[in-house]
Design a protein around this ligand. Structure first.
Ligand SMILES: Nc1nc2c(ncn2[C@@H]2O[C@H](COP(=O)(O)OP(=O)(O)OP(=O)(O)O)[C@@H](O)[C@H]2O)c(=O)[nH]1
Ligand SMILES: [Mg+2]
Length: 473
């Protein structure tokens, strides 16, 4: 069992009606007992504790696990707040340690004051993610499940929540673990054959091994292939709005957001930095970025914005190219189209409410993207655009079937590295190289996959992962 100092932190978000202070560790029941009093022990008229009343600080040590106790948190002779105290004794708690949760009134001042009192009574302030880290170190959940906790918290769509919950249940770890066990099994056979060539014939085994490695590579490759799909569905589609100055990009951003988020003026070069917002379109989430109009300019600030816009296009899953169709295409459009090649996207022939000078044909001569006649003013084409994006990314309905999705880049990288090692195993087999070469690469694949559930993760990696957690989790 991983034992460390008792930790405490605020587990609730700011501003709710109820605040939660969580304490975990061997001292947590004792600490809570010190600062708690029941109704009998306080005088609510003057907000003080009754001096003559007896108090047993070990009260919670004697209470059953999973019970709730009503009373007051006190500081010296004064009451701080009226609370409920929840006891979850080891090992039946989030961290597998003794855990106490204090439910108090949700005001930031009161919550902080109780936390300070808990800290003064012997607990240490929890680092971000430290509760979950203890759950991991104490073996209650594995690393991929710990990461899923954060995904549940940051979910912004049904798909995200659903895949995070499945990961939390351990479906990613189980799937990977099955493949690991297969590798381990084969590895065991090779080692046995090397030790005892009389009883194990490796030559016969080669074919079987090759087939096994092929199937492992294909299962893992499928995970990698689906990664982008899973990431987009779960975290959102990185969507970038580009175009020349004054084309109507910020106006489009505002319409999609349904609020006046970006500044819109008739002055070219209004948007200078990238503005990012999240938009929900039915089941999908767009991470929308409005960028500075791209054109040749001497203006230093504007130029930085233009460079930034280009970088966003590089990383985009989807690009919305806004063209002011009331003006002829020019060299700046050529420059924009150059950076769009190879990307996925759509062209909006904007300002269709004015006299139009650009048609789909003019665009199609230059880039093979679909065009939508559009107007921010009359909202012509808005529905078409929304449906276009949805149908481009949702092949059918988003389904919540049993498919395993990797949505974490760390997992994807580990899988890719394992695939590389397995490919080396195949090369060794094909080249009829000595068997001990096989074991090195197979062991490597086994270890790489072990990074996902944390079995082979270094302390540094574990610390790095939990650093990104929120406070109190
Ligand atoms: N008639 C008409 N005017 C539009 C339309 N869309 C935008 N505008 C106008 O065009 C001007 C520029 O709009 P913005 O949305 O600021 O354009 P932008 O592409 O963000 O421009 P920069 O930030 O300078 O790159 C504003 O005066 C808008 O009111 C449209 O569909 N029809
Ligand atoms: Mg703008």
């Amino acid at each position: 069992m991983y034992t460390e100092k008792t930790i405490a932190g605020i587990a609730s978000g700011m501003g709710g009606g109820i605040g939660i202070i969580r304490i975990s560790g061997a001292e947590s029941l004792k600490i809570a007992g010190k600062i708690f009093r029941t109704r009998k022990n306080v005088n609510t008229d003057n907000g003080k504790i009754k001096e003559d009343a007896e108090w047993d600080e070990d009260i919670f040590l004697k209470k059953e696990s999973h019970t709730i106790h009503y009373g007051y948190i006190v500081d010296g002779e004064y009451i701080i707040d009226e609370v409920m105290v929840l006891l979850m004794k080891a090992p039946n708690s989030y961290t597998k340690e003794d855990v106490v949760e204090i439910d108090c009134h949700g005001g930031p001042y009161v919550v902080q004051k109780i936390l300070q009192k808990v800290l003064k009574s012997g607990a240490k302030l929890a680092e971000p993610g430290e509760f979950t880290k203890r759950a991991f170190l104490n073996g209650r959940i594995d690393l991929s499940q710990a990461e899923a906790v954060m995904k549940v918290i940051s979910s912004q769509s049904d798909f995200a929540l659903n895949s995070a919950l499945k990961q939390l249940e351990g479906n990613v770890s189980h799937y990977i673990e099955e493949i690991r066990q297969e590798i381990l099994h084969n590895l065991g056979f090779i080692e046995a054959a090397l030790d005892d060539p009389e009883h194990y014939d490796l030559d016969e085994f080669r074919e079987e091994l090759e087939a096994a490695v092929d199937s492992e590579i294909s299962k893992l490759s499928e995970l990698v292939e689906k990664f982008n799909d899973g990431r987009m569905k779960s975290e959102g589609i990185n969507t970038v709005i580009v175009g020349k100055p004054n084309a109507g990009k910020s106006s489009l951003m505002n319409i999609l957001l349904d609020e006046e988020r970006a500044i819109v003026t008739d002055i070219a070069g209004t948007t200078r930095d990238v503005i990012e917002e999240t938009v929900h379109l039915g089941d999908i989430v767009l991470k929308l970025a409005d960028t500075a109009g791209i054109h040749d300019t001497e203006d230093v600030v504007e130029n930085i914005g233009v460079d930034r816009a280009k970088k966003y296009v590089d990383n985009a899953d989807f690009v919305i190219y806004v063209v002011d169709s009331s003006m002829e295409l020019d060299e700046d459009d050529e420059q924009i189209i150059d950076i769009l090649f190879g990307k996925r996207g759509v062209v909006l022939l904007n300002k269709s409410d004015l006299d139009t000078k650009v048609s789909d044909m003019d665009i199609r001569e230059k880039i093979n993207w679909d065009c939508i006649e559009f107007s921010n003013q009359t909202r012509q084409g808005l529905k078409v655009l929304e449906e276009y994006i949805q149908s481009s990314f949702l092949k059918g309905e988003i389904s919540y079937n049993d498919q395993i999705y990797l949505t974490n880049i760390r997992h994807k990288e580990a899988v890719e590295e394992a695939i590389n090692s397995l490919k080396k195993v195949k090369e060794t087999l094909d080249a009829m190289m000595p068997e001990d070469f096989l074991t090195i690469d197979m062991l490597d694949a086994y270890k790489k996959l072990g990074l996902i559930n944390g079995e082979t993760a270094s302390e540094d990696l574990v610390n790095k992962i939990f650093k990104d957690f929120c406070m109190g989790k």
